[in-house]
Design a protein around this ligand. Structure first.
Ligand SMILES: N[C@@H](CCC(=O)N[C@@H](CS)C(=O)NCC(=O)O)C(=O)O
Length: 80
């Protein structure tokens, strides 16, 4: 499963998600800072439909809302 988190530094909702990733010790989520990379920002808007972060792409399908993302991460632990 391919997991890509679109976020930016200083976003408290993104921090909630990255804290969960750290707490779980996950290494399967690739971070994309939309303030550091214009291409990532364009991808978020094109695929997700809006610039809101955090947004987790699960095999390319966007999931917005930090609470939903945290719940999804907890329900889908990293595969060995
Ligand atoms: N309810 C959302 C709020 C996310 C949110 O407001 N993110 C801000 C950055 S801290 C944002 O992307 N704002 C731009 C927008 O909503 O278009 C969540 O919990 O994920």
């Amino acid at each position: 499963m391919k997991l890509d988190l679109y976020m930016f530094d200083g976003c408290p909702f993104c921090r909630k998600v990255t804290n969960e990733i750290e707490a779980e010790g996950r290494t399967d989520v690739t971070l994309h800072d939309i303030h550091q990379n214009e291409e990532d920002r364009d991808t978020l808007i094109r695929v997700g439909g809006m610039e809101q972060v955090p947004c987790l792409f699960i095999d390319g399908k966007p999931m917005y809302e930090s609470g939903d993302i945290v719940a999804w991460l907890q329900a889908n632990p990293q595969q060995a």
